[in-house]
Write a protein that binds this ligand. Sequence first.
Ligand SMILES: NC(=O)c1ccc[n+]([C@@H]2O[C@H](COP(=O)([O-])OP(=O)(O)OC[C@H]3O[C@@H](n4cnc5c(N)ncnc54)[C@H](OP(=O)(O)O)[C@@H]3O)[C@@H](O)[C@H]2O)c1
Length: 311
Amino acid sequence: MADRWTAADMPDQSGRVAVVTGANSGLGLVTARELARAGAAVVMACRSSARGEEAAGRIRSAVPGAALEVETLDLADLESVRSFVGRMGEAHGRLDLLINNAGIMAAPRRLTKDGFESQIGTNHLGHFALTGLLLGGLERAAAPRVVTLSSQLHRRGTMNFDDLQGERSYSRWGAYGQTKLANLMFCFELQRRAVEAGSPLLSLAAHPGYSATNLQFAAPDRFYEKAYMWIGNRLFAQSADMGALPTLYAATVPDLPGGTYIGPDGRGEQRGYPNVVSAARKAYEKSDWRRLWEISEELTGVHYEFASARA
Ligand SMILES: NC(=O)c1ccc[n+]([C@@H]2O[C@H](COP(=O)([O-])OP(=O)(O)OC[C@H]3O[C@@H](n4cnc5c(N)ncnc54)[C@H](OP(=O)(O)O)[C@@H]3O)[C@@H](O)[C@H]2O)c1
Protein backbone atom coordinates (compact mmCIF):
# COMPACT_ATOMS: atom_id res chain seq x y z
CA MET A 1 0.00 0.00 0.00
CA ALA A 2 1.28 3.49 -0.91
CA ASP A 3 2.80 5.39 2.04
CA ARG A 4 0.93 8.51 1.08
CA TRP A 5 -2.30 7.05 -0.20
CA THR A 6 -4.45 9.35 -2.32
CA ALA A 7 -7.66 9.01 -4.29
CA ALA A 8 -5.52 8.13 -7.34
CA ASP A 9 -4.58 4.87 -5.55
CA MET A 10 -8.20 3.80 -5.24
CA PRO A 11 -8.99 0.44 -6.86
CA ASP A 12 -11.41 0.43 -9.79
CA GLN A 13 -14.98 0.71 -8.52
CA SER A 14 -16.75 -0.12 -11.80
CA GLY A 15 -19.91 -2.12 -11.28
CA ARG A 16 -20.29 -1.03 -7.66
CA VAL A 17 -23.23 0.96 -6.34
CA ALA A 18 -22.52 3.47 -3.55
CA VAL A 19 -24.77 5.67 -1.43
CA VAL A 20 -23.18 8.78 0.12
CA THR A 21 -25.24 10.75 2.64
CA GLY A 22 -24.70 14.50 2.68
CA ALA A 23 -23.11 14.29 -0.76
CA ASN A 24 -23.77 17.90 -1.75
CA SER A 25 -21.16 19.53 0.47
CA GLY A 26 -17.69 19.20 2.01
CA LEU A 27 -16.38 15.69 2.52
CA GLY A 28 -19.47 13.99 1.09
CA LEU A 29 -19.13 15.89 -2.18
CA VAL A 30 -15.46 14.89 -2.55
CA THR A 31 -16.27 11.28 -1.57
CA ALA A 32 -19.05 11.08 -4.17
CA ARG A 33 -16.84 12.70 -6.84
CA GLU A 34 -13.89 10.37 -6.27
CA LEU A 35 -15.99 7.21 -6.07
CA ALA A 36 -17.62 8.26 -9.36
CA ARG A 37 -14.21 8.98 -10.89
CA ALA A 38 -13.17 5.43 -9.93
CA GLY A 39 -16.21 4.08 -11.80
CA ALA A 40 -18.86 3.56 -9.09
CA ALA A 41 -22.51 4.42 -9.66
CA VAL A 42 -23.09 6.94 -6.87
CA VAL A 43 -26.40 7.81 -5.26
CA MET A 44 -26.05 11.27 -3.76
CA ALA A 45 -28.41 11.25 -0.78
CA CYS A 46 -29.10 14.92 0.02
CA ARG A 47 -31.72 16.68 2.09
CA SER A 48 -32.20 19.34 -0.59
CA SER A 49 -32.61 18.07 -4.14
CA ALA A 50 -31.67 21.53 -5.50
CA ARG A 51 -28.36 21.53 -3.59
CA GLY A 52 -27.85 17.88 -4.62
CA GLU A 53 -28.39 18.64 -8.33
CA GLU A 54 -26.10 21.64 -8.14
CA ALA A 55 -23.36 19.47 -6.57
CA ALA A 56 -23.94 16.72 -9.15
CA GLY A 57 -23.40 19.34 -11.86
CA ARG A 58 -20.06 20.28 -10.29
CA ILE A 59 -19.02 16.61 -10.16
CA ARG A 60 -20.03 16.10 -13.80
CA SER A 61 -17.83 19.01 -14.88
CA ALA A 62 -14.87 17.46 -13.01
CA VAL A 63 -15.68 13.87 -14.03
CA PRO A 64 -17.41 13.77 -17.42
CA GLY A 65 -19.67 10.72 -17.68
CA ALA A 66 -19.92 10.27 -13.88
CA ALA A 67 -22.77 7.89 -13.03
CA LEU A 68 -24.72 9.93 -10.47
CA GLU A 69 -28.24 9.96 -9.11
CA VAL A 70 -29.51 12.60 -6.72
CA GLU A 71 -32.06 11.34 -4.19
CA THR A 72 -33.73 13.22 -1.37
CA LEU A 73 -32.92 12.00 2.13
CA ASP A 74 -33.54 13.90 5.35
CA LEU A 75 -31.93 11.98 8.20
CA ALA A 76 -33.87 14.12 10.66
CA ASP A 77 -37.12 12.55 9.43
CA LEU A 78 -37.62 8.77 9.65
CA GLU A 79 -40.41 8.91 7.07
CA SER A 80 -37.93 10.44 4.62
CA VAL A 81 -35.42 7.67 5.46
CA ARG A 82 -38.03 4.98 4.77
CA SER A 83 -39.11 6.59 1.53
CA PHE A 84 -35.47 6.91 0.36
CA VAL A 85 -34.89 3.20 1.10
CA GLY A 86 -38.06 2.30 -0.81
CA ARG A 87 -36.85 4.21 -3.89
CA MET A 88 -33.39 2.63 -3.57
CA GLY A 89 -34.95 -0.84 -3.51
CA GLU A 90 -36.86 -0.12 -6.71
CA ALA A 91 -33.84 1.33 -8.53
CA HIS A 92 -31.08 -0.97 -7.25
CA GLY A 93 -31.49 -4.52 -6.00
CA ARG A 94 -28.02 -4.41 -4.52
CA LEU A 95 -25.90 -1.89 -2.65
CA ASP A 96 -22.12 -2.33 -2.35
CA LEU A 97 -21.15 0.70 -0.31
CA LEU A 98 -22.94 2.91 2.19
CA ILE A 99 -21.11 6.02 3.40
CA ASN A 100 -22.77 7.40 6.53
CA ASN A 101 -21.25 10.86 6.12
CA ALA A 102 -23.89 13.54 6.71
CA GLY A 103 -23.80 15.46 9.94
CA ILE A 104 -24.45 18.63 11.86
CA MET A 105 -22.25 20.08 14.60
CA ALA A 106 -22.90 22.04 17.77
CA ALA A 107 -26.52 22.89 16.96
CA PRO A 108 -28.62 24.62 19.62
CA ARG A 109 -31.15 22.21 21.15
CA ARG A 110 -33.78 21.58 18.49
CA LEU A 111 -35.91 18.58 17.65
CA THR A 112 -36.12 16.43 14.53
CA LYS A 113 -39.47 15.65 12.93
CA ASP A 114 -39.69 12.55 15.15
CA GLY A 115 -38.95 14.55 18.29
CA PHE A 116 -35.31 13.53 18.75
CA GLU A 117 -32.64 16.04 19.76
CA SER A 118 -31.34 17.12 16.34
CA GLN A 119 -27.66 16.14 16.62
CA ILE A 120 -28.23 12.59 17.88
CA GLY A 121 -31.28 12.36 15.59
CA THR A 122 -29.35 13.31 12.45
CA ASN A 123 -25.82 12.04 13.09
CA HIS A 124 -26.66 8.74 14.79
CA LEU A 125 -30.33 7.72 14.80
CA GLY A 126 -30.97 8.68 11.16
CA HIS A 127 -27.96 6.66 10.02
CA PHE A 128 -28.86 3.79 12.35
CA ALA A 129 -32.30 3.57 10.72
CA LEU A 130 -30.92 4.04 7.20
CA THR A 131 -28.31 1.27 7.55
CA GLY A 132 -30.80 -1.16 9.11
CA LEU A 133 -33.35 -0.57 6.37
CA LEU A 134 -30.69 -0.93 3.63
CA LEU A 135 -29.27 -4.13 5.15
CA GLY A 136 -31.11 -6.44 2.72
CA GLY A 137 -29.64 -4.61 -0.31
CA LEU A 138 -26.18 -4.51 1.25
CA GLU A 139 -26.20 -8.24 1.95
CA ARG A 140 -26.99 -8.92 -1.71
CA ALA A 141 -23.57 -7.47 -2.64
CA ALA A 142 -20.50 -9.72 -2.78
CA ALA A 143 -18.38 -7.55 -0.46
CA PRO A 144 -20.57 -4.89 1.13
CA ARG A 145 -19.09 -2.15 3.30
CA VAL A 146 -20.57 0.49 5.56
CA VAL A 147 -18.31 3.42 6.46
CA THR A 148 -19.44 5.70 9.28
CA LEU A 149 -17.91 9.13 9.88
CA SER A 150 -16.72 9.98 13.36
CA SER A 151 -14.46 12.76 14.64
CA GLN A 152 -11.59 13.38 17.02
CA LEU A 153 -14.27 15.15 19.07
CA HIS A 154 -15.62 11.71 20.04
CA ARG A 155 -12.88 11.96 22.70
CA ARG A 156 -14.78 14.82 24.31
CA GLY A 157 -18.08 12.90 24.19
CA THR A 158 -19.70 10.79 26.89
CA MET A 159 -22.62 8.43 26.38
CA ASN A 160 -25.11 10.05 28.69
CA PHE A 161 -27.59 7.17 28.66
CA ASP A 162 -29.74 8.69 31.40
CA ASP A 163 -30.26 11.86 29.38
CA LEU A 164 -29.25 10.85 25.86
CA GLN A 165 -31.20 13.66 24.24
CA GLY A 166 -30.19 16.43 26.60
CA GLU A 167 -33.66 16.99 28.03
CA ARG A 168 -32.35 17.85 31.47
CA SER A 169 -29.04 19.42 30.54
CA TYR A 170 -27.77 20.30 27.06
CA SER A 171 -24.42 21.44 25.76
CA ARG A 172 -24.10 21.94 22.01
CA TRP A 173 -20.52 20.62 21.87
CA GLY A 174 -21.11 17.87 24.42
CA ALA A 175 -24.05 16.65 22.37
CA TYR A 176 -21.92 16.65 19.19
CA GLY A 177 -19.13 14.70 20.92
CA GLN A 178 -21.68 12.17 22.13
CA THR A 179 -22.98 11.64 18.58
CA LYS A 180 -19.46 11.06 17.25
CA LEU A 181 -18.80 8.54 20.03
CA ALA A 182 -22.14 6.93 19.16
CA ASN A 183 -21.05 6.73 15.49
CA LEU A 184 -18.03 4.66 16.55
CA MET A 185 -20.01 2.42 18.89
CA PHE A 186 -22.55 1.86 16.13
CA CYS A 187 -19.76 0.95 13.68
CA PHE A 188 -18.17 -1.54 16.09
CA GLU A 189 -21.44 -3.16 17.18
CA LEU A 190 -22.61 -3.47 13.56
CA GLN A 191 -19.36 -5.30 12.79
CA ARG A 192 -19.77 -7.55 15.84
CA ARG A 193 -23.33 -8.42 14.82
CA ALA A 194 -22.33 -9.03 11.19
CA VAL A 195 -19.65 -11.51 12.28
CA GLU A 196 -22.07 -13.21 14.66
CA ALA A 197 -24.62 -13.57 11.84
CA GLY A 198 -22.01 -14.90 9.38
CA SER A 199 -22.66 -11.88 7.12
CA PRO A 200 -20.11 -10.69 4.53
CA LEU A 201 -20.78 -7.08 5.55
CA LEU A 202 -17.84 -5.05 6.82
CA SER A 203 -18.38 -2.02 9.02
CA LEU A 204 -15.56 0.53 9.25
CA ALA A 205 -15.18 4.06 10.59
CA ALA A 206 -13.25 7.11 9.41
CA HIS A 207 -12.53 10.64 10.55
CA PRO A 208 -11.18 13.56 8.50
CA GLY A 209 -9.07 15.37 11.10
CA TYR A 210 -9.82 19.06 10.79
CA SER A 211 -11.09 19.87 7.31
CA ALA A 212 -12.42 23.13 5.92
CA THR A 213 -16.06 22.49 4.99
CA ASN A 214 -19.47 24.01 5.71
CA LEU A 215 -19.76 22.04 8.96
CA GLN A 216 -18.24 24.84 10.99
CA PHE A 217 -20.78 27.36 9.68
CA ALA A 218 -24.03 25.42 9.61
CA ALA A 219 -24.85 25.74 13.32
CA PRO A 220 -23.13 28.72 14.98
CA ASP A 221 -25.41 31.71 14.88
CA ARG A 222 -23.23 34.14 16.78
CA PHE A 223 -21.00 36.42 14.71
CA TYR A 224 -17.88 35.95 16.88
CA GLU A 225 -18.25 32.17 16.65
CA LYS A 226 -18.50 32.25 12.87
CA ALA A 227 -15.46 34.55 12.70
CA TYR A 228 -13.49 32.19 14.98
CA MET A 229 -14.42 29.21 12.78
CA TRP A 230 -13.48 31.11 9.61
CA ILE A 231 -10.04 31.96 10.97
CA GLY A 232 -9.55 28.38 12.23
CA ASN A 233 -10.46 27.01 8.80
CA ARG A 234 -8.04 29.37 7.03
CA LEU A 235 -5.14 28.75 9.40
CA PHE A 236 -5.36 25.16 10.57
CA ALA A 237 -7.74 23.07 8.49
CA GLN A 238 -6.74 20.86 5.62
CA SER A 239 -8.75 20.77 2.39
CA ALA A 240 -11.92 18.73 2.00
CA ASP A 241 -10.03 16.77 -0.69
CA MET A 242 -7.53 15.63 1.96
CA GLY A 243 -10.23 15.18 4.61
CA ALA A 244 -12.18 12.75 2.44
CA LEU A 245 -9.20 10.41 2.00
CA PRO A 246 -9.79 8.40 5.23
CA THR A 247 -13.38 7.73 4.10
CA LEU A 248 -12.27 6.69 0.61
CA TYR A 249 -9.53 4.49 2.08
CA ALA A 250 -11.93 2.77 4.51
CA ALA A 251 -14.42 2.29 1.68
CA THR A 252 -12.15 0.84 -0.98
CA VAL A 253 -8.79 -0.50 0.22
CA PRO A 254 -8.91 -4.29 -0.03
CA ASP A 255 -8.34 -6.59 2.94
CA LEU A 256 -9.13 -4.11 5.70
CA PRO A 257 -10.71 -5.95 8.62
CA GLY A 258 -14.15 -4.92 9.79
CA GLY A 259 -14.06 -2.51 12.72
CA THR A 260 -10.99 -0.68 11.34
CA TYR A 261 -10.89 3.06 12.08
CA ILE A 262 -9.07 5.30 9.58
CA GLY A 263 -7.86 8.86 10.17
CA PRO A 264 -5.08 11.23 9.06
CA ASP A 265 -1.49 10.35 9.95
CA GLY A 266 -0.33 13.84 11.03
CA ARG A 267 0.16 15.24 14.54
CA GLY A 268 -2.96 14.87 16.67
CA GLU A 269 -4.63 13.25 13.62
CA GLN A 270 -5.60 16.75 12.50
CA ARG A 271 -4.30 16.44 8.95
CA GLY A 272 -2.37 14.14 6.65
CA TYR A 273 -2.72 10.94 4.69
CA PRO A 274 -4.99 8.08 5.76
CA ASN A 275 -3.82 5.38 8.12
CA VAL A 276 -5.25 3.06 10.76
CA VAL A 277 -5.95 4.91 14.04
CA SER A 278 -7.37 4.01 17.44
CA ALA A 279 -10.41 5.46 19.11
CA ALA A 280 -10.54 6.54 22.76
CA ARG A 281 -10.77 3.58 25.14
CA LYS A 282 -14.39 4.41 26.05
CA ALA A 283 -15.40 3.72 22.43
CA TYR A 284 -14.53 0.03 22.88
CA GLU A 285 -16.89 -0.53 25.85
CA LYS A 286 -18.97 -3.44 24.53
CA SER A 287 -21.76 -3.11 27.08
CA ASP A 288 -22.26 0.48 25.85
CA TRP A 289 -22.38 -0.69 22.22
CA ARG A 290 -25.21 -3.03 23.11
CA ARG A 291 -27.05 -0.48 25.23
CA LEU A 292 -26.88 2.15 22.49
CA TRP A 293 -28.05 -0.38 19.91
CA GLU A 294 -31.09 -1.39 21.95
CA ILE A 295 -32.05 2.24 22.62
CA SER A 296 -31.61 3.07 18.93
CA GLU A 297 -33.86 0.17 17.89
CA GLU A 298 -36.48 1.28 20.34
CA LEU A 299 -36.37 4.95 19.29
CA THR A 300 -36.34 4.35 15.52
CA GLY A 301 -38.43 1.18 15.42
CA VAL A 302 -35.82 -0.32 13.05
CA HIS A 303 -34.68 -3.84 13.94
CA TYR A 304 -31.75 -5.30 12.06
CA GLU A 305 -32.31 -8.69 10.43
CA PHE A 306 -29.29 -10.28 8.83
CA ALA A 307 -29.87 -12.66 5.91
CA SER A 308 -28.73 -15.69 7.93
CA ALA A 309 -31.41 -14.87 10.51
CA ARG A 310 -34.03 -14.38 7.76
CA ALA A 311 -33.18 -17.75 6.11
N1 LIG B 1 -15.02 19.06 8.68
C1 LIG B 1 -14.39 18.55 9.73
O1 LIG B 1 -13.36 19.08 10.21
C2 LIG B 1 -14.93 17.33 10.38
C3 LIG B 1 -14.24 16.82 11.49
C4 LIG B 1 -14.68 15.64 12.07
C5 LIG B 1 -15.78 14.99 11.58
N2 LIG B 1 -16.47 15.50 10.52
C6 LIG B 1 -17.66 14.77 10.04
O2 LIG B 1 -17.67 14.72 8.64
C7 LIG B 1 -19.01 14.58 8.17
C8 LIG B 1 -19.24 15.48 6.99
O3 LIG B 1 -19.18 16.83 7.40
P1 LIG B 1 -18.53 18.00 6.53
O4 LIG B 1 -17.37 18.48 7.29
O5 LIG B 1 -18.37 17.59 5.11
O6 LIG B 1 -19.69 19.12 6.68
P2 LIG B 1 -20.64 19.85 5.65
O7 LIG B 1 -19.87 20.46 4.54
O8 LIG B 1 -21.51 20.75 6.48
O9 LIG B 1 -21.52 18.68 5.08
C9 LIG B 1 -22.50 18.04 5.88
C10 LIG B 1 -23.50 17.38 4.97
O10 LIG B 1 -24.50 16.75 5.79
C11 LIG B 1 -25.77 17.13 5.28
N3 LIG B 1 -26.84 17.05 6.27
C12 LIG B 1 -26.98 17.77 7.41
N4 LIG B 1 -28.15 17.45 8.01
C13 LIG B 1 -28.74 16.51 7.25
C14 LIG B 1 -29.95 15.79 7.30
N5 LIG B 1 -30.84 16.01 8.27
N6 LIG B 1 -30.23 14.88 6.35
C15 LIG B 1 -29.37 14.67 5.34
N7 LIG B 1 -28.21 15.33 5.20
C16 LIG B 1 -27.91 16.24 6.14
C17 LIG B 1 -25.57 18.55 4.79
O11 LIG B 1 -26.63 18.95 3.96
P3 LIG B 1 -26.95 20.51 3.70
O12 LIG B 1 -25.89 21.02 2.78
O13 LIG B 1 -28.30 20.47 3.10
O14 LIG B 1 -26.91 21.19 5.04
C18 LIG B 1 -24.25 18.38 4.07
O15 LIG B 1 -24.45 17.81 2.82
C19 LIG B 1 -19.90 14.83 9.39
O16 LIG B 1 -20.39 13.59 9.86
C20 LIG B 1 -18.97 15.44 10.41
O17 LIG B 1 -19.35 15.14 11.74
C21 LIG B 1 -16.05 16.66 9.91
